[in-house]
Write a protein that binds this ligand. Structure first.
Ligand code: SF4
Ligand code: SF4
Length: 403
């Protein structure tokens, strides 16, 4: 790395805010535009509230987006040139969507992989400017570079085995020595597509840091926001209880754990089940889809073939089938005893007009007896003082005796 007071390319680090305005340049490489769609669907905060400066303490964001911006042509490209020449009147961040292709491979046959704007070539013919060129030009002057989505973070689908583009993530493209003018390496927000709220929350956290009023958000060793990607999908999955009790879906549409129809959730870092895909609704397993690991650097090759039982299930789900069957049975006993009032227990009958409720058999009664013994060991059992045939009283001497 170069001097600690520069960002690795000789550009001096700059001080934190307060700032009135921050520009955000959206650069699309090898992408499907799904990340843009995800971002505009965010609600907390929404892109609109960031652009209107409605979030307290935050600078107003000026977005330069190839699809969403009102300006077009030279007017649209003008701020890109200013940013590349470090002539903007305010700090800027780059948001990269899509992977960065090796443009020299395309140039060899006179083409390009992805581009933004037009410049004359050596013979005066207008040619698209590769997106990679814009990242290269602007990154040294950017306050932060955010890679949005799995293509921009790790390479994603365009970088899958056999691709002709030698596509890679922004981190690979800029190199590990890269630092922004605020001293940050590339910030990575994976997902295919990523959760929109993850993106806007990250932008808000970074802006508050740039503003000088928020701490630098915590990132893991791969530059992922630690608070968003610190846990596996499985830990937040609404179906994890089925896994624990060894009950698994056999086909799509079943309500149980999806691991045997191809879910990789136990080994994948992602928060979509807890946060929801959009406006806190949806999320893969919540809507019946197994996890195919789209947030992970190994995606897609390491998770192929999709929808096939991962080899790890041979140990993990088979073990949970064994101990889960026992635990499930014991829980069923406890659950049926908790579905009864004390009064029904004393009368030996549930007076429900909705259906017949079977009385517990001898094994269930014995199980419940020992369960309650353990539950109240060292404490006062509520049944000790309370009988339906007598008024409720509280005997202090018995309380002291127990204590
Ligand atoms: S569906 Fe996937 S993430 Fe959910 S409990 Fe099963 S294995 Fe875990
Ligand atoms: S649960 Fe899996 S497939 Fe779904 S978004 Fe997260 S990592 Fe991708």
């Amino acid at each position: 790395m170069s001097s600690p007071n520069t960002n690795g390319t000789g550009v001096p680090l700059i001080d934190l805010g307060p700032l009135d305005v921050v520009h955000a340049f959206w650069i699309a490489g090898m992408s499907c535009d799904g990340c843009s769609i995800a971002a505009v669907g965010a609600t907390q905060p929404s892109v609109e509230s960031l652009l209107l400066g409605q979030v307290p303490g935050m600078p107003t964001l000026i977005l330069h987006h190839p699809v969403l911006s009102v300006e077009a042509g030279e007017k649209f490209m003008e701020p890109f040139y200013k940013a590349a020449n470090n002539e903007l009147d305010a700090p800027f961040v780059i948001i990269c969507e899509g992977s960065i292709a090796d443009e020299s491979l395309a140039a060899a046959s006179g083409g390009y992989w992805s581009g933004l704007g037009v410049e004359d070539d050596e013979e005066g013919n207008p040619q698209p400017v590769p997106s990679a060129k814009w990242v290269e030009r602007m990154a040294p002057h950017a306050a932060a570079v955010i890679a949005m989505g799995t293509c921009a973070t790790w390479g994603g689908i365009p970088a899958a085995v056999g691709n002709p583009t030698d596509a890679m993530g922004v981190m690979d493209f800029l190199g590990e020595e890269y630092r922004s003018t605020f001293g940050l390496p590339v910030v990575n927000l994976p997902g295919c597509a990523p959760v929109g709220d993850n993106f806007t929350e990250l932008v808000a956290a970074v802006l508050l840091f740039l503003q000088g009023i928020g701490p630098l958000p915590a990132f893991d060793e791969l530059g992922r926001p630690e608070w968003l990607f610190g846990e596996t999908v499985h830990r937040g999955c609404t179906r994890a209880g089925f896994y624990e009790e060894g009950v698994f879906a056999e086909q799509y549409g079943d309500k149980e754990c999806l691991v045997e129809v191809g879910c990789w959730g136990p080994v994948v870092q992602c928060n979509i089940n807890k946060r929801g895909a959009l406006n806190h609704v949806g999320g893969c397993m919540n809507v019946g889809a197994p996890c195919i690991g789209c947030t992970m650097p190994g995606f897609p090759d390491s998770f192929a073939p999709f929808y096939k039982k991962p080899p790890g299930t041979l140990v993990s789900s088979n073990s949970s089938k064994v101990y889960g069957a026992v635990i499930r049975r014991l829980r069923e006993f406890s659950n049926s005893s908790l579905n009864r009032t004390r009064r029904w227990n004393e009368k030996g009958h549930v007076p429900s007009g909705w259906g017949h409720v079977a009385e517990p058999n001898a094994f269930a009664k014995m199980n419940n007896y020992f369960y309650k013994k353990l539950q109240h060991a060292g404490n006062v059992s509520p049944n000790r003082f309370h009988k339906t045939s007598a008024p409720v009283t509280f005997d202090e001497s018995k309380e002291k005796e127990v204590a």
